[in-house]
Design a protein around this ligand. Sequence first.
Ligand SMILES: [Zn+2]
Length: 188
Amino acid sequence: MPSPLAHIAAGYAVYQIYNLTYRPTPKTSETANATVPVTLCIGASLLPDVDAALGLLLGDFGRLHNQGTHSLFVGLAVALAVAGIMQVARRQNAMHWAALTFICYALHLFMDSLTTGRGVMLLWPFSTERFLSPVSLFQGVHWSRGWANAITVGTVMSELPVVLLAIGLMVIRQRLYRIPEAEGTPCA
Ligand SMILES: [Zn+2]
């Protein structure tokens, strides 16, 4: 699997694309409006690897990681749960939040399928077949070998384009939507 950094960057990139549809004004708080979508995007991008934390806790990382949580159907269930919570708690467009959650969850699975390794069970629980791209874009993290080795350098290099994409989208968005000066602001 790619490192958590790559998944966070991918989620943040999705958030920035989503953010292009939102134009801030002097009367709105961008921070307040960003909290929910950025949390959803990054959270959903990391969530499939919750089994890694469970594996570390139980001392059996290899057996527990990259199993059922790496399924499109689990991602769909998570997205519908988020939609239900947002509908009840904030009375907001449920499917809008479901779509954002599912896109980020599915993007994690897609990135894992593009990583050197055994592939992901996209159709669990209906099938345990693993899907692995014939072309690997990411080298993945080899937790058992530690961080200080040549593999880590290769992993970071393979993930760098995702990080640069997230930063690039952030810069583009900031330049497109500079917050205008408030009306009535006195001139210097
Ligand atoms: Zn994963």
